[in-house]
Design a protein around this ligand. Structure first.
Ligand SMILES: Cc1cc2nc3c(=O)[nH]c(=O)nc-3n(C[C@H](O)[C@H](O)[C@H](O)COP(=O)(O)O)c2cc1C
Length: 183
């Protein structure tokens, strides 16, 4: 029996939902990062970290990264949950702010997934609300045709909310986690 662990950070529940579905499929625990900081991750055949995406960053990835070393990174899979589509630009940006910071040459070939999230504008307050207003303004300044059509879709999601959370989104992630555990 291979040993898995899913560690997550979630503000409004969608990442938690994905973490629980993944853990159910792999027959393991899903723990919030705050409850996982003392775990020895060497004990697991595959470690999964998932968090919500905020300003293209995987939230608390830096905190989680303090638990890693080269061996663990060879058995790691990361996912971010957001409302932006998984375009090459978005993927590269999210990767650059997370895995790219600790493995810039991608030597450990850590797989990163971006899963469709949930956004309710009415639930966003304080600093998050301010950041969202800024993001909306920056998006609207996109120049290329592609950037413009993506930006319009994002603007619609920011203004009206969206829910892209579906269990089927985890299918290939779970398959990849099983492959990683066999390494
Ligand atoms: C302040 C703020 C910034 C966000 N920035 C991004 C972003 O840059 N890219 C993205 O894809 N989603 C972004 N999102 C969307 C959320 O990450 C998404 O809705 C996610 O599902 C929330 O996860 P949770 O339910 O686990 O908290 C942002 C949301 C908020 C509130």
């Amino acid at each position: 029996m291979k040993k898995y662990i899913v560690i997550y950070t979630s503000k409004r529940g969608s990442t938690k939902q994905y973490a629980e579905w993944i853990a159910e499929d792999l027959g393991c625990e899903a723990l919030p990062l705050s409850n996982a900081l003392r775990l020895d991750l060497h004990e697991y055949d595959c470690v999964i970290y998932g968090s919500w995406i905020r300003g293209s960053g995987i939230v608390d990835f830096d905190k989680f990264a303090k638990m890693l070393d080269a061996d663990i990174m060879d058995h790691l899979l990361v996912f971010g949950v957001g409302f932006a589509d998984e375009t090459a630009d978005n993927y590269a940006q999210v990767w650059g702010y997370s895995l790219g910071k600790i493995d810039p040459k991608n030597e450990h070939r850590v797989l990163m997934y971006i899963l469709g999230g949930r956004y309710d504008p009415a639930a966003v307050t304080g600093l998050d609300k301010f950041l969202m207003k800024t993001m909306r303004a920056v998006l609207l300044s996109g120049s290329t045709k592609d950037a413009k059509s993506q930006a319009n879709m994002m603007k619609d999601r920011i203004d009206n909310g969206c829910d892209m959370v579906k269990r089927e989104n985890i299918t290939s992630l779970v398959k990849d986690a099983r492959k990683i555990a066999e390494r």
